[in-house]
Design a binder for this molecule. Structure first.
Ligand code: C5P
Length: 439
């Protein structure tokens, strides 16, 4: 048995397939449709919107089905000018849905049922117009309604003229969608149907398959994951606090990435200006003590705990009840130690797979290894702070990941990519080596 008994029993073929011992030679992590071929029915809801790349949807459906996926298709009105529903119906083996208000179709699987049915919502191609409607949260046709109604991971493969792609309006929509946890696959750069060159070509179906195989799926369906993120604020008086420079980006990116693998995710966040990913349970806290309470209240059924927050090590012993006046030439503050939430979780008798972070200014590997051992962690992600390689308040970072007996360097890159790579590693280690329980 791979997992502890107290874990919730997993429902559905996808999760079951992920629990099965891995056949030799297959990839250790990721939502490999090929790996599950024949043993699993992965339910992909494919949305097709109206761009010339819609013709590639036919090939995409074929490839998805070859790899064992069950595919249901929803087309926008404009998509039907580029490829017929009949073609996609023949290739998918399922009736293609085009209308929200179709009494006949709704009598079968209605749109909410369809939204629930999906393990993954993939929109390919996603036009500029569709992205704008999704970013605005419109539900003016069946596809946009389904995207609003689903709790499944959502991936978009944009396709449009390169000027449309680079237009600030599209880029703003893109940022909003990304911020909500939508995965954006591509676009590629190259010759376009309009005769121009630039970014905006839809990825090839094989590239889309590779991307969804790597980055989304149901491996964590039914698993409870807690991520801490952001800084904490330790009150000095009603208006002042001791804080730090953490933006919360790494923790929020990890929450998005883990939720995209199907986790039931609680994001316990100190003050941050970031938009939380959609579908996660956001628990806002201020101080380390509040963060401790929020985590410990939820830890009983937790399978994976990731401590990405920059928790203040000390807090003022007694915050002043009223604003401190500048009447003295000097002011001494007495600080007391905050509880180490990560170490506390790692030492629980029934502990989750526990991942910590280490932000260091020197001796990165040595310091991180020490923390891995002394705190009893399953994994630690270490990064240098204060240099050129990223860290607080930056969108980029580089990480050194250590676990008992192993290490991996993740080179400087966007925190969103690092989060995906770290999630892959967490999954790999978690599935292969569930945490041993403390005595
Ligand atoms: O020991 P240090 O503070 O460097 O450890 C950093 C790691 O411990 C991070 O994962 C951080 O989220 C966690 N931590 C914690 N509670 C604290 C201090 C740090 O959970 N009070």
């Amino acid at each position: 048995m791979l997992f502890r008994d107290r874990r919730p029993s997993l429902q559905g073929h996808v999760a079951f397939a992920c629990l099965s011992p891995r056949p030799a030679g297959t990839r250790a992590v990721g939502f490999s449709l090929a790996w599950h071929a024949g043993t699993v029915s992965t339910k992909v809801l494919l949305g097709v919107s109206g761009g010339i790349a819609a013709y590639k949807a036919a090939e995409l459906v074929r490839r998805l089905r070859e790899q064992g996926a069950e595919v249901r298709i929803v087309m926008t009105a404009a998509a039907q000018s580029f490829i017929t529903p009949l073609t996609l119906q023949a290739l998918s083996g399922n009736e293609v849905r085009t209308d929200l208000l179709d009494p006949g179709a709704e009598a079968g699987m209605d749109h909410i049922e369809l939204a629930r049915w999906a393990d993954l919502v993939l929109v390919a191609p996603a036009t500029a117009d569709l992205m704008a409607r999704l970013a605005a949260g419109l539900a003016d046709d069946l596809l946009t309604t389904l995207v609003l109604a689903t709790t499944a991971p959502i991936a978009l493969a944009p396709a449009m003229n390169h000027r449309m792609w680079l237009h600030p309006a599209t880029q703003e929509n893109l940022a909003r969608l990304r911020g909500r946890g939508v995965r954006i696959l591509g676009p590629a750069e190259g010759d376009q149907a309009c005769g121009e060159r630039g970014p905006g070509r839809m990825l090839e179906p094989s590239e889309i398959l590779d991307a969804i195989a790597l980055r989304s799926g149901s491996q964590l369906k039914g698993r409870r994951v807690i991520v801490t993120a952001g800084p904490t604020r330790e009150a000095l008086d009603p208006v002042r606090y001791i804080g730090n420079r953490s933006s919360g980006r790494m923790g929020y990116a990890l929450a998005r990435s883990l939720a995209a693998r199907g986790a039931d995710l609680a994001l316990v966040s100190g003050p941050s200006a970031l938009t939380p990913p959609s579908g996660v349970d956001l628990v806002r806290v201020e101080s380390a003590l509040e963060m401790e309470t929020a985590v410990m209240e939820r830890i009983a059924d937790c399978d994976i705990f990731v401590a990405a927050a920059a928790v203040a090590d000390y807090r003022p012993e007694e915050p002043a009840q009223k604003k401190i006046k500048k009447s003295h030439a000097e002011l001494s503050l007495r600080l007391v130690k905050n509880p180490d939430i990560l170490a506390q979780v790692a030492s629980l008798a029934q502990r989750p797979f526990t991942v910590g972070f280490a932000a260091e200014t020197q001796d990165l590997e040595e310091q991180a290894l020490k923390k891995l051992k002394t705190k009893g962690l399953d994994m630690i992600a270490a990064n240098l702070v204060g240099g050129d390689t990223g860290g607080f308040e930056r969108t980029e970072n580089a990480l050194l990941i250590l676990w008992p007996g192993g290490r991996r360097s993740l080179p400087l890159g966007p925190k969103s990519r690092l989060a995906d790579d770290l999630t892959d590693l967490i999954l790999e280690r978690y599935l292969a080596h569930p945490p041993s329980q403390n005595p």
